[in-house]
Design a protein around this ligand. Structure first.
Ligand SMILES: [Zn+2]
Length: 242
């Protein structure tokens, strides 16, 4: 679910999912910093898959579950802008030729206006289109809430959903080092969405508080069976920064 989405808290590089089979035949799934092989990361984050997966599920369902899903609108007006430039250049050339007397011959003025009219029409139409696109809302309401969209998805669809909505998941600490580990989940666009759409936070909460969540996993004693085996009891704490 978080392969390619989760970020290593040490080097800010992507993490990918990996699988390990113990001598007994049991397999463990975990996420690990991509730089673990190259040694480019000083302290590559590594975490049993189920921990951050559960935290992201919790974040979507409890923190933002009731909020409407707002999507960023991608504007594609670059082609219209090129088209407008070409049409304006043709129009200018035509008008210059006219002023230079190139349409002075008998009957030529008519042909000048025959070309001039559709060109001015085209320029005006493109200008209107571009202006409308530029003033279109940056976000649109999909009419769904996060919880409903989220719960209907499988792991791969969830991964795509997280990427599309710019959800950031930062994993810090390694299971084996014995240091405290944490997962920070945040959705940076939420504040902007709230400002643009007039969305109100529940219970007078600040958006910064809602849009980000820190999950701590207490350090645990290492047993001979390896770092990934024990279930961590994660505790949720909110953080102030977005
Ligand atoms: Zn790293």
């Amino acid at each position: 679910m978080l392969g390619g989405v989760a970020i290593c808290g040490e080097c800010n590089g992507r993490m990918s999912s990996a699988k390990k089979t113990k001598p007994g035949g049991k397999t463990y799934n975990y996420y690990t910093c991509n730089s673990v092989q190259t040694g480019a990361c000083r302290n590559p984050a590594r975490m049993r898959k189920s921990d951050p997966d559960r935290m992201v599920n919790d974040f979507i369902e409890s923190a933002i579950g009731d909020l409407p899903v707002i999507e960023k609108v991608t504007k594609s007006i670059s082609e219209s802008k090129v088209e407008l430039q070409l049409a304006r250049q043709r129009l200018e050339r035509l008008e210059t030729d006219f002023l230079m007397g190139r349409y002075d011959e008998e009957g030529q003025e008519e042909s000048y206006w025959r070309m001039h009219k559709p060109l001015t029409g085209k320029v005006a139409k493109l200008r209107t289109e571009i202006a409308q696109a530029e003033h279109a809302p940056e976000f649109i309401d999909t009419g769904h809430i996060y919880r409903d969209e989220w719960m209907a998805k499988d792991d791969e669809q969830k991964r795509i959903f997280l990427q599309r909505h710019g959800v950031e998941i930062k994993v810090s600490g390694t299971a084996s080092s014995g240091e405290p580990r944490s997962v920070n989940v945040k959705i940076p666009d939420l504040r902007k969405i709230a400002a643009v759409t007039g969305l109100r936070a529940r219970d007078g909460k600040d958006w910064a508080e809602i849009a980000t969540m820190d999950y701590k996993i207490p350090a645990r004693r290492r047993r001979n069976s390896g770092p990934d085996e024990q279930a961590g009891s994660a505790e949720r704490v909110t953080s102030q920064n977005i």
